[in-house]
Design a protein around this ligand. Structure first.
Ligand SMILES: NC(=O)c1ccc[n+]([C@@H]2O[C@H](COP(=O)([O-])OP(=O)(O)OC[C@H]3O[C@@H](n4cnc5c(N)ncnc54)[C@H](OP(=O)(O)O)[C@@H]3O)[C@@H](O)[C@H]2O)c1
Length: 288
């Protein structure tokens, strides 16, 4: 199955461009155990069976539960399967208001040791700073990631929710392989970051690629075009992302095998320049 080609993360870690975001495979509000633990394992295994070789998670999902589920479902990992995880968010309660950032070198090191153990790996393929900690200079957080890289515990370093200026500061400390910012057809705030990443060979991982599910709605704004092309709205949203940039690495999330199969099939869809223009115009006319 074609995955809209591949991308070399950090120049040497090749992945198919359509990945999988595992965040949905925990409890409500991204907290606690999933309602269907066996189903969560089945979704992860089916993703790999379908050829997905890039899975995104974070210490904060569950917390810790998502990483453990990935190891339970897939370890020992098949060769070439890339698991990306993140540090920097301290999630202690279901209430998001109690969540804080944790970007000091000591906190990052402790998170890394925990993720290595939970994922059952010797080295994290892609380790992303989930959020910049306003109480810690970015250079210090990235310096801690670089030190872990030198020790062989991290292969590549990524950032999340950052500006071009922050990426440039981070690149002064260590090579940055990926950036993960919120981005989808209806939410283009980080267009400049995407262009910067593409120009610099940095993978751009759009989170909420399906607009948190809103772009999948059967009665939503994508339905008329999707219906005409014989696609699901979700497939149109993903095909648009893949066509938007060769650096784009979407990680749609789902807890449903049927949705997973539909999403993976979107990697085979090729949109004409006319359809791309039509989709672009849709949100220019009706923002939000
Ligand atoms: N860096 C960050 O700060 C950050 C923040 C949020 C997320 N993320 C990462 O980004 C990944 C993707 O984001 P996301 O999962 O939050 O949002 P998303 O991919 O935009 O949307 C997921 C939602 O869409 C629904 N969905 C998925 N495929 C569908 C389909 N084919 N038809 C109908 N509905 C469908 C899912 O419901 P069902 O389960 O019912 O399919 C779920 O409610 C996450 O898994 C996580 O790894 C990162």
């Amino acid at each position: 199955m074609d995955f809209a080609g591949t991308f070399r993360i950090g120049g040497d870690m090749e992945v198919r461009r359509l990945g999988f975001g595992a965040m949905r495979l925990v409890g409500p509000d991204v907290y606690g155990q999933p309602a269907d633990p066996a189903g969560a394992l089945a979704v992860l295994r089916r993703a790999v069976e379908l050829g997905v070789d890039f899975i995104d998670t974070a210490e904060a999902y569950g917390p810790q539960i998502n990483e453990r589920k990935i190891a339970e479902a897939l370890a020992p990992y098949p060769p070439g399967l890339v698991i990306a995880t993140k540090c920097g968010i301290d999630r202690r309660a279901r209430d998001w208001a109690q969540t804080r950032t944790k970007g000091s070198p000591a906190e990052i090191r402790a998170s890394c040791e925990g993720s290595l153990e939970r994922l059952r790996v010797e080295r994290i393929d892609l380790y992303q700073l989930h959020r910049v900690d306003p109480a810690v200079p970015l250079e210090e957080s990235v310096g801690a990631l670089a030190q872990l890289q030198r020790e062989g515990k991290v292969r590549h370093i990524g950032l999340s929710e950052v500006s071009v200026e922050q990426i440039e500061r981070a690149r002064g400390v260590a090579p940055i392989a990926t950036v993960q910012n919120r981005y989808n057809l209806a939410d283009r705030e980080h267009e400049a970051v995407l262009d910067y990443c593409e120009a610099g060979g940095i993978g751009f991982i759009p989170w909420f690629p399906l607009g948190d599910g809103r772009l999948c709605a059967a009665d939503g704004p994508l339905e008329p075009i999707a219906g005409r092309l014989g696609l699901a709205p979700s497939q149109l949203a993903l095909a648009w992302l893949l066509a938007r940039s060769p650096a784009m690495l979407p990680i749609p999330g789902t807890s449903s095998i049927a949705h997973l199969e539909q999403n993976v099939a979107a990697a085979r869809v090729e949109l004409t320049p006319e359809t791309m223009r039509e989709l672009d115009g849709l949100w220019r006319r009706s923002p939000g």
